[in-house]
Design a protein around this ligand. Structure first.
Ligand SMILES: C[S@@+](CC[C@H](N)C(=O)[O-])C[C@H]1O[C@@H](n2cnc3c(N)ncnc32)[C@H](O)[C@@H]1O
Length: 243
């Protein structure tokens, strides 16, 4: 690894060790947490935030779609659309963290169908109904994630697609074919991530499954940088608004 990359990792790890602020508004806490690592965010999260390309592949919005990402951060997920991006009617990236939005604006430059909006994911509404709304590692950081899911549901047209990829842990006895995580996983990862303001639980995925028709659900585990041998559970969910 090159010296600049090592220095970048050290900046990110330093912030992860210091943890998230416990006081202030959600926007202030996000700005405090990400300000010193915005420039290093994408490179480090490439090795941590698994399944984002897969989510975009499964959502596969057709040409002419209006797409919204809630909690879009640096806009990294734009790149996963590849050639498809230019054929979308619009992509709206919504976040409330100015340091990450500054990176998103650089990324969106020269892409006339991409707009970057500073707003709360629980309240933002596009002018016209969306064809596709998705979250990538955002529900676990949005305090009122239930309101954010309700808001995604409200802004979607009937039949529109919703997606989420995120860390989670299962309940002790999930039904059907769902993944079941043992006690060490259910005890360790929520505590580990809580330090950085990331809430891991079964609840957001369960709520998505109750609000939307399931198109695809995959429950997996992914590696964590600098924690060799450990894997954290994540899910990739694509659904459809009924009606
Ligand atoms: C782990 S980052 C994920 C960013 C991006 N989706 C990605 O895949 O790299 C979580 C994001 O959620 C944003 N966030 C947290 N609470 C929010 C809220 N209430 N409204 C909008 N964004 C929020 C944070 O600012 C941060 O950018």
């Amino acid at each position: 690894m090159k010296a600049a990359a090592i220095a970048g990792d050290l900046r990110v790890l330093g912030q992860l060790l210091r943890g998230a602020a416990r006081t202030g508004s959600e926007a202030e806490r996000m700005a405090h947490f990400y300000a010193g690592q915005a420039g290093d965010y994408d490179r480090f999260r490439e090795r941590l935030l698994h399944g984002r390309a897969e989510l975009v592949r499964h959502l596969a919005p057709p040409a002419g779609s209006r797409v919204v990402e809630l909690g879009a951060g640096t806009g990294r997920n734009l790149d996963f659309f590849g050639d498809r991006l230019g054929r979308l009617r619009s992509v709206t990236l919504v976040d409330l963290c100015p340091p990450l939005l500054a990176v998103a604006r650089e990324r969106a430059a020269g892409r006339p169908n991409v707009q970057v909006v500073e707003a709360d994911a629980t309240r933002f509404r596009p002018e016209l109904p969306a064809d596709c709304v998705y979250f990538a590692y955002a529900l676990s950081m949005i305090g009122d994630w239930r309101a954010a899911i309700d808001n995604a549901h409200a802004m979607l047209r009937p039949g529109g697609m919703v997606g989420s990829v995120d860390f989670f842990v299962s309940s002790p006895a999930p039904g059907g074919n769902r993944a079941r995580h043992g006690w060490p996983t259910r005890a360790f990862w929520p505590r580990w991530f809580a330090h950085d303001g990331v809430q891991l639980s079964p609840a957001p995925l369960d709520y998505l499954l109750s609000r939307f028709e399931i198109v695809r659900l995959r429950e997996r585990r992914g590696r964590v940088p600098y924690l060799p041998g450990l894997t954290v559970p994540y899910y990739v969910f694509a659904g459809r608004k009924r009606g």
